[in-house]
Design a protein around this ligand. Structure first.
Ligand SMILES: [Zn+2]
Ligand SMILES: [Zn+2]
Length: 250
């Protein structure tokens, strides 16, 4: 069933894929903004920021450009898949789950390293500063990135896909998780109950609180999906455990 869906996509023309990528990325953007705003209203009692960053025309422009560039990356990925550079497999459930974990960990490491490099001057001022003008985040923050950062993330993802032949379904699951994590990280609220933070697995996962803390103190918490690399390199904010239990001092 899934394999037939992938075969159908592979048989599409270049023009059809361009249209599909554009529509798909606009829908992803709208879903993320909608979820972010819903979370902000629903979890006001668990705020991580006093108020959201006001919307600006510059941010709208950068977000629109990010959606366009993400569509371009999808088109390039399609071309690489058609050319056989990217190989997608269709294994059973267990291997698919393993591929999701593998893809998340590989991307998490690549994103941790590139994120740390992006914080080194003068790269920070040239590339990453627009994202950090949002000390308080809003529903657009996930997409308020320098165009080079958007393309860098896309290139990293395509490079991992060239190196690792992964399950097609695992790639779709990863893309969904990526938007979900990014949205949660910029929601400005912590929707997870405090008791859950005592679970050993959750203590290893990047949460809304974890990324909100990075916007508050940009010298800590560089990871996205997990805390593994921050723990390994000693960059977890020492206040993180306290924030997960009492929230930030607002
Ligand atoms: Zn951010
Ligand atoms: Zn940063």
């Amino acid at each position: 069933m899934i394999q037939r869906l992938f075969d159908w996509f592979l048989a599409r023309s270049f023009a059809e894929w361009v249209a599909f990528s554009l529509v798909g990325n606009v829908l992803i953007f709208l879903a993320s903004v909608g979820l972010c705003q819903w979370l902000w209203r629903r979890f006001q009692h668990r705020r991580l920021i006093r108020a959201q960053q006001p919307l600006s025309r510059r941010d709208l422009g950068l977000a629109a450009l990010a959606v366009l560039l993400n569509s371009m990356v999808a088109v390039v990925g399609f071309g690489m898949w058609k050319a056989g550079l990217i190989r997608l497999t269709h294994p059973g459930l267990l291997r698919t789950l393993l591929d999701v974990v593998l893809f998340v960990l590989a991307m998490d490491f690549g994103m941790y390293v590139s994120h740390r490099i992006a914080h080194v001057p003068p790269l920070f001022g040239l590339l990453h500063a627009p994202h950090h003008l949002h000390q308080r985040t809003n529903a657009l923050s996930l997409f308020v990135l320098h165009p080079a950062e958007v393309l860098g993330f896309g290139a990293l993802m395509l490079a991992v896909l060239v190196i690792l032949p992964l399950s097609g379904l695992a790639v779709l699951v990863y893309l969904t998780l990526n938007v979900l994590w990014g949205t949660l990280g910029h929601a400005g609220v912590e929707p997870l109950p405090r008791a859950l933070f005592r679970w050993p697995l959750l203590r290893q996962l990047g949460t809304s609180t974890f990324h909100a803390q990075h916007h508050d103190n940009p010298s800590r918490n560089f990871g996205f999906y997990t805390l593994l690399w921050d723990q390994l390199f000693g960059t977890v904010d020492p206040d993180y455990p306290r924030w997960t239990q009492t929230g930030p001092p607002l």
